[in-house]
Design a protein around this ligand. Structure first.
Ligand SMILES: [Zn+2]
Length: 278
């Protein structure tokens, strides 16, 4: 059921051995086993790594992002991010992992463009279930990307995170000696018009220094660039932006968006490309 032996690692504390497909389960040689869902994804979440999640909100966020992408909103951002990844020198069968893969659009698009072995990780079962329906050629895993990643040491050629989780120490552990890390985070003026409209002010967060600093112990910066787009959006799409962009819908804001008129909105994502520095 799972695709060509991805380098998945057992998530039982202090185990970390390779998980081999054995019929309907994945198991390590110590006998820790994980059921593969009928649809083909595997849940590697340990009880201590669960986080209280409002499952409905997550499902809503995934659906909102999917509606926006289907309408082309955010498409340039995803396409630009995927294009940068596809331009890296990845050999056939290179292992590419995505943290916080959501509905799978980024990794799915890269897998369509390049011959990779993709492993998408998300904490949400509903996101992963959606991803595997859309992109069955990628391995989809439910796990907490803030904890120990369910991947073997030095087994991954490229880690992706677009508006997803970041975990520099773990990325350094799982990446090969010539590995890449491609990260996209909301830029300072991302959704600024929408945030100004619903909050009365828009805080321009600058995450760039903190993000660079948190990676420099393990990585060398290769490149930084921005991806931008503007869209004139109707109120229903504005509600989807709030639902989908900020995890956990902000109900009070969403109520206020309902009173808005169509709005020209900026989407801005800052992208960092790092390589492993050893
Ligand atoms: Zn094990």
């Amino acid at each position: 059921l799972l695709k060509p032996s991805p380098p998945l690692a057992c998530t039982v504390r202090d185990c970390g051995l390779w998980l081999e497909a054995r019929g309907p389960v994945l198991a390590c040689t110590r006998g820790h086993a994980y059921d593969v869902a009928r649809s083909g994804y595997v849940n590697l979440l340990q009880p201590q790594d669960r986080r209280s999640l409002a499952a409905g909100d997550v499902k809503e966020a995934v659906a909102a992002r999917s509606r926006l992408l289907a309408a082309g909103v955010g498409r340039q951002i995803v396409d630009g991010f995927v294009a940068r990844a596809a331009a890296l020198r990845l050999t056939d069968g290179a292992v590419v992992a995505e943290l916080g893969a959501g509905g799978g659009d980024v990794l799915g698009a890269l897998a369509a463009a390049r011959r990779i072995s993709g492993v998408g990780i998300d904490l949400s079962t509903s996101a992963v279930a959606r991803a595997i329906r859309a992109f069955p050629d990628v391995t989809w895993v439910v796990a907490n990307a803030d904890r120990r990643l369910p991947l073997l040491d030095r087994s991954v050629d490229l880690v992706l995170s677009l508006h997803g989780r970041r975990n520099p120490a773990e990325c350094a552990r799982v990446l090969t000696r010539k590995g890449w890390l491609l990260i996209g985070v909301p830029g300072r003026d991302d959704l600024i018009e929408l945030r100004e409209s619903v909050q009365g002010h828009g805080v321009r967060h600058d995450r760039s220094e903190a993000l660079t600093a948190e990676h420099l112990p393990w990585f060398a910066l290769v490149e930084r660039f921005s991806l931008r787009a503007t869209h004139r959006l109707e109120p229903d799409a504005l509600v989807d932006l709030l639902r989908g962009t900020y995890r956990g819908a902000r109900r009070s804001l969403i109520d206020r968006v309902d009173a808005l008129k169509p709005l020209e909105v900026t989407l801005a994502t800052d992208v960092w490309l790092f390589e492993t520095a050893r």
